[in-house]
Design a binder for this molecule. Sequence first.
Ligand code: NDP
Length: 275
Amino acid sequence: MPRFSGKTVIITGSSNGIGRSAALLFAQEGANVTITGRNSDRLQETKQQILKSGIPENQVNSVVADVTTSEGQDELIKSTLEKFGKIDILVNNAGAAHSDPTGALASDQGLDVYHKNMQLNIQSVVEMTRKVKPYLIESKGEIVNVSSIAGGPHAQPDFPYYSMAKAALDQYTRAVAIDLIQYGVRVNSVSPGVVATGFAGAMGLEDQASKKFYEYLSSEKKAIPAMVAGTPEDIAWIILFLADRKMSSYIIGQSIVADGGTTLVLGIDFNKAMQ
Ligand code: NDP
């Protein structure tokens, strides 16, 4: 029997990138999935990919919604319960780095940019967690948050508010994990490095510029020692691992870094310095 057979999963931000890949894998591993995002065309593409892989339509609940709104969150939960009757796993994946349109660095970036980043990358996670909590307690379920290596400890002067939101998310993961484990609910997160998705496009880069962005970073050993950008599947498999009680039952409140080595390099070449 597939390992998520009979489980119901809500994956936010599944109209693209990492969330889309996770939705596909969960469905292929037997889960009922609620997929969601604001862009209905891209959401439809996720649904089609799932159906094309042989999954019956009654395993998929597709909801166009803005996860930063109370109505969007309520619709996600309500429709999931109506269609599948319960919630076992919540993947808080929707996120984006809203940049300052003026190109200003940290201390000059506007409060509008601050609010947008906070609302999507941390507040919506807090709200979804609070709303889904009773159902997860009932099912003894799991939460997997998608954070980022941008959360620290390196400084991120170009994206201070996005990075602050992810740092806050890491602390939230730890705090809520210790709270909810008393009810048998596990909470963990994954912190990706550079992953080739719609992320750069959501920052405002055109397709070609987005491609160059990932190519450039992958060609820099100091940026990514593995010299390749991660794929959505690289991260999605970790999400499934953390959602799988058999595979990861004793991991509580942790974040798994998946970054091709990015966070381990300092950019200092001691060999050259000693010549
Ligand atoms: P994508 O841009 O490919 O996907 C982001 C998803 O989030 C989309 O489905 C998008 O859907 C959804 N989303 C964004 N805003 C909202 C909103 N207001 N309401 C509902 N859905 C929303 O990027 P990734 O797959 O890369 O991003 C997934 C997660 O991974 C994010 O949390 C990101 O911070 C994190 N991450 C990504 C990294 C990378 O290099 N790619 C690195 C580190 C972390 P739609 O546009 O349809 O609303």
